[in-house]
Design a binder for this molecule. Sequence first.
Ligand code: NDP
Length: 433
Amino acid sequence: ERRDYDQPEFRQAVHEVLESLEPALDQHSEYLDSRVLERLCEPERQIIFRVPWTDDSGDIQVNRGFRVEFNSALGPYKGGLRFHPSVNLGIIKFLGFEQTLKNALTGLPIGGGKGGSDFDPKGKSDAEVMRFCQSFMTELHRHLGEYTDVPAGDVGVGRREIGYLFGQYKRITNRYESGVLTGKGLNWGGSQVRTEATGYGTVYFVNAMLCDRGDGFDGRRVVVSGSGNVAIYAARKAAELGGTVVAMSDSSGYIVDESGLDLDLVRDIKQTRSGRIKEYAERCDRAKYVDGGTIWEVPCEVALPCASQNELDSQSAAALVRNGVIAVGEGANMPTTPEAVRVFAESGVAFGPGKAANAGGVATSGLEMQQNASRDSWHFDYTDKRLSEIMDDIHTTCRETAEAYGAPGNYVLGANIAGFIKVADTMRDLGVI
Ligand code: NDP
């Protein structure tokens, strides 16, 4: 704790996990004896590096790059890269820690890692983004490899950035090593469904929680925060299953369309033209735009926070409960504060934590690695079916683990204990490393 005093997000993530592990530690003193907790909370390796690049005016810019190789007990380090001005070591460590347990839950042979930079892609030209990515990879490549460390995208890193990173890796190493990055384009080793996977997977998970209660998305009002990669595909799948998505947001404000959002229009504004969500209300008369404010004031039965960490606090949770929310699924990483999670638990709201509910992205990355290793490419429907089966399995694992440890319906506890036991048992098998 003393070591990480200046990393609040990392401490928050570790604290939440340790708290919910108590029932497992009470029954299994071997984890305490082998100091597995101390080892699990300390990343295996942390790399911080300079990323110099030249902007379009010819001026030299300097950013900071990170890669935290958190845990490789189950397989090569695996986790995304985030390019956002808020990135610092504590944020990357929190994401890497969560990723380790999340990856364990997928059942695939992948360890945990995370990386990124405080580079802000907003307002940068394509050429600037490319030069930045090339400089970033010039340093990072020596730490990567399909059997070592396999990054993917996250906030600010999509298909374009993965392309520039892969191109530079290939150029420097003289190896067409498709399995070194995931989230690639379909022509160069990418997988069907990877783009949709996190959002779709979140909805599959929430649907499984609802089905357990004899319920489903059909006819339900749904609110999705964010309008990035995860949010857009979560909204799409929720609508496909019969839900009505009435509100979405970006970091400036939110839009409400009571008759259900036109999701193609949202996608056109945010993804095709990199615009602002308020343009939706300018182009669609029946919608209203609220500048700032909190999207969680909009009444709904299913809430899907898909934007950023700590975006849903206890006041927002109380408003959602007052307005009749029955299920919440975290598409983003740690979007719900611990106090808000408590509000949902006390009110009997089905709550799917990110490390389970948003594991569909990394699971499909794992499927991309399988396709790369066998030089194969699978069809959309087949890959989507694998994703949906994996999400059902994760849901069952969380539910059964929660029941086994005396907390039925507590998916937070179920996810944390199930992920922990898998990593911890493997770490013990591998000796003191
Ligand atoms: P994107 O960069 O594609 O989108 C992020 C979206 O969130 C943008 O619409 C952004 O708005 C919005 N946003 C950011 N901060 C806020 C805020 N405080 N309030 C409202 N909206 C906000 O990222 P992704 O969709 O890829 O990732 C979103 C979350 O999901 C992150 O937590 C990420 O770690 C997690 N995740 C992503 C996975 C993936 O496969 N992509 C996998 C698993 C988890 P603006 O346009 O204004 O910036």
